[in-house]
Design a protein around this ligand. Structure first.
Ligand code: PHE
Length: 450
C-alpha cells in the first residue's frame, strides 16, 4: 500500500494531486449529478415540494456537511484508497473491511448509474435532431427505448468516456475535465432557468418549490430527505474519501466542505427552478416519479418554441452532470486496485470499466429484454440501486460518523477547525448524525416502517 507507487506514472514522478480550486470543482462535480437534476426534482415533487426542500437543506447542513468533512479528513489523513486510508488513520486492519464496503458500493452504483447517464446522451441527441418530438406518446417512446438494445450502447459510451478521463490521472484528467465542465454546466443551467422562469404560468411552479406548506410532509419525507443528502453529497461510498486523499495538506478542509455543500445545494436549487416552472406551465404532474425528466419534460419541450434546442440542452446538462460524478465513482475502485495489486492507472481503469460494463448488463437488460430478470418483485436494476443506495450508502455513512466521532484520535488535527467549530462538529458526528442515519438505514432496509 504505498502512494508513491500510485503516483509513479505521473509526469515528473511527482505525487499527483488536485490544485486547490481543482479539488473544489472536482468535488462539486462529484456531488452534482443525476441526484440533483433527475432525482431531486422528482422526490421534491413526491414528498412535499418547498417543505421537502427545506428539510433537505436541514439534513444537508446538520448531517451531510459533518460527514463530508469526516470523509475528506479520513482520505487526506490516510492518503490512500478508501480501504487503506481507513486502516491507516484507524490503526487497525479491521477498518479496512469498512473501506472495502465503499469500494464495492461505488462499483455497484456505477454499474447502474452509467445506464441512466446513457439514457441522457440518447435523449440529448434525439432532442437536437427533433426525432424525439416526431411521436408525442413520450411514455411509449421511453418504454420502447429502455427495453431495447440501444441503452447498452450508450452505457458503453459513458463508461468509455469516464475511463478515458480517469486514465489521464487526477490533475491531468479528473481536474482538467471538471474545470471546464462545471462552469459549462452553470452556463447551461442559467440559460434553461431563464427559459423556464419566463414561461407562462411559471410562478405557480416557483411557489410550489419555494413556499413551504408543512402539511404536505409525511414522516417518510424526512427519511427521504436525509438519504438524499447523503446520495447528493456523494457520501458513504468512499468517493469523497478518495478525492480527499489527493488534497494538499495546506488546503482548509472546513472551507472546502462549505464550498462543496453550497455548490451542491445551489445546483439543486437551480434544477428546481427549471423543472417546476416548466411542469406547472404545461400542466404536468410533478409527482410522477423517476420518469419525470424522460417522459414529462419532453412533452413540455415539444410544446415550447425552440423546444428541441432547449430539450437538447437540458439533456446535455444531465449528461455532463452525470459524467462529473461517474469519474469520482470509478476513482474509488481504481485507487483501490492500483494500491492493492500494484496495477498501473490505465490498467486499473480499463479492468474496472470492463467490470462495470458486465455488471451493468443485467441491469440494462432488466427493462424488458430479459423479462425473467426480477427477483422478489424487483428488477436487477432496482436491486442494484436498492442495495447500493439504501443499504451500503447509509451503512457506509454510519461507519464514517462512528469512526470519526468515537475512534479516531487525530480527527481534530486533520480537520483543522477552530476549537469552537470543532466542538460543534464533534457533537454532530457523535450524537446527531449516527442516530439519524441509523433511522434512515433501518427504514431503507425495510426494518422499521412509518
Ligand atoms: N452525488 C452524485 C449525484 O448526486 C451521485 C454519487 C453518489 C456520486 C455517490 C458519487 C458517489 O448524482
Amino acid at each position: 500500500m504505498n502512494t508513491e507507487k500510485m503516483n509513479k506514472n505521473q509526469p515528473g514522478g511527482k505525487a499527483d494531486q488536485f490544485s486547490k480550486s481543482g479539488f473544489i470543482l472536482a468535488a462539486i462535480g462529484s456531488a452534482v449529478g443525476l441526484g440533483n437534476m433527475w432525482k431531486f426534482p422528482y422526490i421534491t415533487g413526491q414528498y412535499g415540494g418547498a417543505a421537502f426542500f427545506l428539510l433537505f437543506i436541514v439534513c444537508l447542513v446538520a448531517v451531510g456537511l459533518p460527514v463530508l468533512l469526516a470523509e475528506l479528513a479520513i482520505g487526506r489523513g490516510g492518503r490512500g484508497s478508501a480501504a487503506s486510508s481507513f486502516i491507516k488513520v484507524g490503526g487497525h486492519k479491521a477498518w479496512g473491511g469498512m473501506g472495502m464496503l465503499s469500494v464495492i458500493g461505488s462499483f455497484m452504483i456505477m454499474s447502474f448509474y452509467a445506464i441512466v447517464a446513457g439514457w441522457t446522451f440518447h435523449y440529448a441527441i434525439r432532442s437536437f435532431s427533433g426525432k424525439l418530438f416526431s411521436n408525442s406518446d413520450f411514455g411509449a417512446q421511453f418504454g420502447g427505448f429502455i427495453s431495447g438494445y440501444t441503452p447498452i450502447l450508450w452505457q458503453a459510451v459513458v463508461l468509455l468516456i469516464t475511463g478515458w478521463i480517469v486514465a489521464r490521472g487526477i490533475s491531468g484528467g479528473i481536474e482538467k475535465f471538471n474545470k471546464v465542465l462545471i462552469p459549462g454546466l452553470l452556463l447551461l443551467l442559467i440559460i434553461l432557468m431563464v427559459r423556464a422562469l419566463t414561461l407562462p404560468g411559471a410562478a405557480a411552479g416557483v411557489e410550489f418549490f419555494l413556499k413551504p406548506d408543512f402539511s404536505k410532509l409525511t414522516p417518510e419525507s424526512a427519511l427521504v430527505a436525509l438519504g438524499h443528502a447523503f446520495f447528493s453529497l456523494s457520501l458513504g461510498m468512499g468517493a469523497m474519501m478518495t478525492y480527499g486523499s489527493y488534497v494538499d495538506r495546506k488546503q482548509s478542509l472546513g472551507s472546502a466542505t462549505l464550498a462543496i455543500g453550497g455548490g451542491d445545494l445551489f445546483y439543486a436549487f437551480i434544477a428546481g427552478l427549471i423543472i417546476f416552472p416548466t411542469t406547472f406551465s404545461f400542466g404536468i404532474d410533478q409527482a410522477q416519479g423517476p420518469t419525470l425528466v424522460f417522459i414529462a419534460l419532453p412533452a413540455a419541450f415539444s410544446a415550447m418554441p425552440l423546444g428541441s434546442l432547449f430539450g437538447g440542452l437540458f439533456f446535455v446538462l444531465l449528461a455532463i452532470a452525470a459524467l462529473t460524478s461517474t469519474v469520482s465513482l470509478i476513482e474509488v475502485p481504481v485507487a483501490f486496485s492500483m494500491e492493492r495489486w500494484g496495477l498501473s492507472r490505465s490498467k486499473a481503469v480499463w479492468i474496472i470499466i470492463a467490470g462495470c460494463f458486465l455488471l451493468g448488463l443485467p441491469s440494462a437488460l432488466s427493462f424488458g429484454l430479459i423479462p425473467g430478470l426480477t427477483f422478489g418483485g424487483k428488477s436487477f436494476f432496482d436491486w442494484m440501486d436498492f442495495l447500493a443506495s439504501n443499504i451500503l450508502l447509509p451503512l457506509g455513512g454510519l461507519i464514517v460518523t462512528v469512526f470519526a466521532g468515537y475512534f479516531w484520535k487525530g480527527v481534530g488535527k486533520e480537520a483543522g477547525l477552530t476549537a469552537g467549530w470543532f466542538r460543534v462538529w464533534l457533537f454532530m458526528l457523535r450524537f446527531v448524525a449516527p442516530i439519524l442515519v441509523l433511522f434512515v438505514f433501518l427504514h431503507s432496509a425495510g426494518i422499521i416502517k412509518f
